[in-house]
Design a protein around this ligand. Structure first.
Ligand code: PLP
Length: 409
């Protein structure tokens, strides 16, 4: 969001308050230009190697966003049959979609493989079943747990020894035994370390572990290093230096490929990096409550629409787009849900008045996709702003939507 010389916030020249007037509040808004810019930055950082981006669409499954990804040459990583179907509806061929399950029923894997998707096998029992079911007729990747702890919060670390994800690299002998027993065609190794990883070091550490492990698999075509690049959440926040990371990883990857004897593909599965900063949750102030202890700003939203602050303690920067030049005061910004749903504590904001529009930043990843109907509240509408035009890409829910699956009405 830009602040103009006239002290007005805009998204591609559009005043966000006009968007809430037209499409209602609360409202998720995605800026397509930011998605394009972030994608180009990642492509540019790894221009020296054969790199493919698989968007981790758990972060945002709006079909308009998926179609935009497809248009700019980004493929998909999915974690459920539902996401797989959404990918296909967005125009992806099944072969462009990778299924990265986590302890799912095997029939989900069977259906995905038979439909043409590649699967990241994440447990020894699944590998055994894969071998029994497909032998060497279908290729797959193996999700390795490298036992490296990195990430912004313990709940978003996924590669440490205690994590449920993947097959521990310490079980390499067992993996090899099963692969040999069924002659399984392993074409790739995968790992995902976690989210909000700023420094290059953990990425290099896990890359080295995968490269070392890869030497035991002669038919590889892919090394997938997952996602997890850190983006900026607060002004001045340190972020992953993509140019530095691109140079360092590319250099090691090239060395690995020459030792391996073949040029492989390097895959990444970013979610946040591509969409977090593109998204805004626009909300309206319902009540400003001046309590002896604190000033509370209630908004027409809550943990049902953006759960990250309550779930991970995540910081989301907040702008008062209705009063950018107001005098700053400290507020607790809270929701309307009957739970403690604090978006921000003791946050300095330009004076907030009832009816003001606030914008939560970094709402493009794990915002709408983690939303719910708690308290029988409707989920917001979604708007995509692209090429200077704002388009409604999901209508607001209604009572009929909430009742759709209930029986005996
Ligand atoms: N890949 C896998 C397997 C994941 O579980 C996740 C996030 O949970 C991602 C990629 C994307 O992570 P991020 O949004 O931090 O880039």
């Amino acid at each position: 969001m830009q602040l103009s010389d006239q002290n007005q916030y805009t998204i591609q020249g559009i005043d966000p308050t006009q968007l809430t007037e037209k499409f209602g509040s609360p409202l998720y808004v995605y800026d397509g230009a930011t998605i394009r810019r972030k994608t180009e930055a990642l492509q540019h950082a790894f221009a020296g190697v054969n790199m493919k981006i698989k968007f981790a669409c758990k972060s945002n499954t709006n079909l308009a966003v998926l179609r935009l990804m497809k248009e700019i040459g980004v493929e998909l990583d999915v974690v459920s049959p539902g996401e797989f179907e959404m990918g296909k509806l967005a125009g992806y061929d099944a072969s462009q979609i990778t299924f990265t399950p986590s302890g799912v029923p095997f029939y989900e894997v069977k259906e995905a493989v038979e439909a043409g998707a590649l699967v990241n096998v994440d447990s020894l029992p699944l590998l055994e079943w894969f071998g029994q079911t497909f032998g060497n007729t279908k290729p797959c990747l193996i999700r390795i747990k490298p036992n490296v702890a990195a990430g912004g919060h313990e709940k978003i670390m996924t590669a440490h020894a205690d994590s449920k994800f993947g097959i521990s690299v310490l079980l390499l002998d067992d993996i090899l035994e099963i692969v040999k027993k069924y002659d399984i065609k392993i074409i790739g190794l995968h790992q995902h370390t976690g989210s909000d990883i700023k420094d290059a070091e953990p990425f290099l550490q896990v890359a080295d572990i995968l490269f070392e492990t890869a030497k035991h698999f002669p038919d590889l075509e892919i090394v997938d290093l997952g996602g997890g690049f850190k983006v900026s959440y607060m002004p001045g926040d340190a972020v992953t230096d993509m140019t530095l990371l691109g140079n360092k990883i590319s250099e090691r990857f090239k060395k690995f490929c020459s030792e391996y004897g073949r040029e492989l593909q390097l895959w990444f599965e970013p979610g946040k990096f591509l969409v977090s900063e593109s998204g805004y949750l626009l909300v309206t102030t319902t009540v400003v409550k001046e309590d002896p202890a604190r000033n509370f700003v209630h908004v027409d939203s809550g943990l049902n629409h953006l759960i990250r602050p309550m779930m991970y303690g995540s910081y989301h920067h907040i702008l008062n787009v209705s009063n950018p030049t107001g005098e700053e005061k400290p507020y607790n910004v809270v929701g309307y849900i009957c739970e403690t749903d604090t978006f921000a504590s003791d946050r300095n904001l330009p004076e907030v008045r009832q009816g003001d529009t606030l914008a939560f930043l970094n709402a493009g990843a794990y915002g709408f996709t983690m939303s719910s109907n708690y308290n029988a509240r409707f989920r917001p509408a979604e708007v995509l702003v692209d090429n200077g035009e704002a388009r409604l890409v999901r209508r607001r829910e209604t009572l009929e939507d909430l009742l759709l699956t209930q029986q005996g009405l």
